[in-house]
Design a protein around this ligand. Structure first.
Ligand SMILES: C[S@@+](CC[C@H](N)C(=O)[O-])C[C@H]1O[C@@H](n2cnc3c(N)ncnc32)[C@H](O)[C@@H]1O
Length: 261
């Protein structure tokens, strides 16, 4: 009888021990999962903090750049961002004009960039620099001319309206009649901000092959909107097809791809 009671007590003890062990394992699993979840939340939080810091730094730099561009003293507002160049490209352009003093500038896509460049050339006393601006839309070319006039910088700008036409050699729409109108000009600085990207695949690709004969031996080409995968592909194609050029890409704001030879 006593043995039977002892056996039952032992069996019960073992059962309780087994249950407690199972509970302990279960709790350990739960705690481990909670620990892992907290660690991954912590990592995600750190990454978000890093991203917010980077965005604040970029936005601050953009405001500083935009504020610096106001020092050009325009008498009528020149808008930045959206369809227009952003403050990063605006800053880059002015720095380039000051450092390199290009003698022939061609802009594909008229707008705020035109006024910033024309005003900078005026302040730098570079009246003999050829500043040619092309647009396929007569409306936007007219707006750019009006804003240039309001800012007193239209006189040294050559405004060319070139409606888009198909160029068989590249099988794309591009600025009709432009090559003929360039005459003997050799371009030191080429700014490519048109035709608009959504118009066709690789919309801005034709600029380099079609203008190659009109580029100065030492020249700079700047392609706006290089945060777009398509613009990056265009820049890579140019580099692959023209080994004499060096490419640098900046991803600030709209992004810039800069080719130098
Ligand atoms: C990216 S924009 C050129 C911007 C120019 N470089 C500037 O700084 O303002 C390319 C083309 O879009 C067209 N465009 C300009 N403003 C536009 C608007 N608000 N809506 C639709 N098209 C516009 C013009 O024909 C222009 O040549």
């Amino acid at each position: 009888m006593t043995y039977s009671l002892l056996a039952v007590a032992l069996a019960l003890s073992l059962l309780i021990l087994a249950i407690l062990t199972a509970i302990a394992f279960k709790l350990r699993g739960w705690f481990w999962n909670i620990h892992t979840d907290i660690a991954s939340l912590h990592r995600a939080l750190e990454a978000s903090k890093e991203e917010v810091r980077a965005r604040i730094a970029a936005a601050t730099l953009e405001i500083i750049n935009a504020n610096s561009l106001n020092q050009l003293g325009q008498t009528f507002p020149v808008f930045l961002g959206g369809w227009s160049v952003d403050a990063f490209l605006g800053r880059w352009l002015i720095q380039h004009l000051v450092e390199e003093r290009p003698k022939c500038i061609l802009e594909l896509g008229s707008g705020s960039s035109t006024v910033l460049i024309a005003r900078s050339l005026q302040l730098l006393g570079e009246a003999d620099t050829a500043h040619i601006v092309v647009d396929h839309e007569v409306k936007y070319l007219g707006i750019t001319r009006d804003i240039s006039q309001l800012n007193g910088v239209a006189d040294n700008v050559e405004f060319l309206h070139c409606p888009l036409e198909n160029y068989a050699s590249v099988d794309k729409l591009w600025y009709g009649g432009l090559i003929e109108r360039l005459g003997a000009h050799k371009i030191d600085l080429l700014i490519i901000d048109g035709p608009p990207g959504p118009l066709q695949p690789m919309s801005r690709y034709p600029a380099l092959p079609l203008l190659m004969e009109h580029l100065a031996e030492h020249c700079t080409i700047v392609l706006d909107d290089a945060v777009r995968e398509e613009e990056q592909e265009i820049a890579r194609r140019w580099i692959n097809e023209n080994p004499g050029f060096e490419l640098t890409v900046s991803f600030d704001g709209h992004g810039l791809a800069i080719l130098k030879r």
